[in-house]
Design a binder for this molecule. Structure first.
Ligand SMILES: Cc1cc2nc3c(=O)[nH]c(=O)nc-3n(C[C@H](O)[C@H](O)[C@H](O)COP(=O)(O)O)c2cc1C
Length: 227
């Protein structure tokens, strides 16, 4: 069983990456083969709307055939039994690099064909591939709720669920953003509050992520081969 962990943050050792590493440990301890991929290692665009994946008799088979540095990564996703994507929130939304990856991952499997008799959409992916989303953000849970910021995150979960058949999401709020707050012009934050939150709460976020990783393995086994 192969599970891929996709880090959409530019930082390879901060909140999103740590959460993904914890999820990776959870999956590995359940026996999965795992690989962590850092999206910022690659130079790529989002979907360029070429429609190659929608042409009559195209043989893309659910793989975006735009040949840039993301192409080999998308090819790997074709071998995935599960995919867990981690993204920081930038200005209320999943950051652009992660979103661009999702566009390229999803559009080739998002069929525009329906069965003429049943009206059901023709599925390009024939089995359920569990997906997970891990969001990390500076805002508190209270602010995210009151500013209506869940909707964009939930929409990403819906898209993954629709195309891959299953999605789970977890959220890490009020993250520790800087390595050392005293070095930055940022008195909007109270460093001691941030540190307290980080020490008390981030271990729980890591545990949540670990459980997500474990759960993905269980879901792969549960859905194994299901359409
Ligand atoms: C350009 C930029 C925009 C951000 N916008 C938001 C935001 O709208 N809401 C929020 O809660 N956090 C925001 N943040 C904070 C990050 O989401 C947060 O620190 C996250 O945990 C960073 O993940 P990382 O440590 O893996 O890089 C922003 C950070 C950056 C760099």
């Amino acid at each position: 069983m192969k599970i891929y962990f996709i880090n959409g943050s530019p930082r390879k050792d901060m909140n999103t990456a740590q959460l993904l590493e914890s999820a990776q440990s959870g999956a590995a301890n359940e026996g999965a083969h795992t690989e962590l991929i850092h999206l910022y290692d690659y130079c790529y665009k989002g979907c360029i709307n070429c429609f190659n994946c929608k042409m009559i008799d195209n043989n893309t088979n659910g793989l975006c055939n735009y040949e840039d540095e993301l192409h080999p990564i998308l090819k790997k996703m074709k071998q995935a039994d599960a995919i867990i994507i981690g993204a920081p929130i930038y200005f209320g939304y999943m950051n652009a690099q992660t979103r661009a990856f999702i566009e390229r991952l999803i559009f080739p499997i998002h069929s525009y064909l329906v069965n003429e008799w049943t009206g059901e959409r023709i599925k390009i992916i024939k089995k359920i591939i569990p997906t997970g989303l891990i969001f990390s953000m500076n805002n508190s849970e209270w602010k995210v709720r009151n500013r209506g910021q869940y909707s964009s995150m939930i929409m990403n979960g819906h898209i993954l669920e629709q195309e891959f058949g299953y999605n789970e999401m977890i959220y890490a709020y009020d993250t520790y953003q800087f390595d050392d707050y005293s070095k930055y012009e940022a008195n909007i934050f109270d460093e001691s509050d941030k540190l307290k939150r980080h020490e008390e709460h981030f271990p729980k976020d890591l545990q949540n992520a670990y459980e997500l990783g474990r759960h993905m393995v269980q879901k792969v086994k549960e859905f194994g081969g299901l359409v």
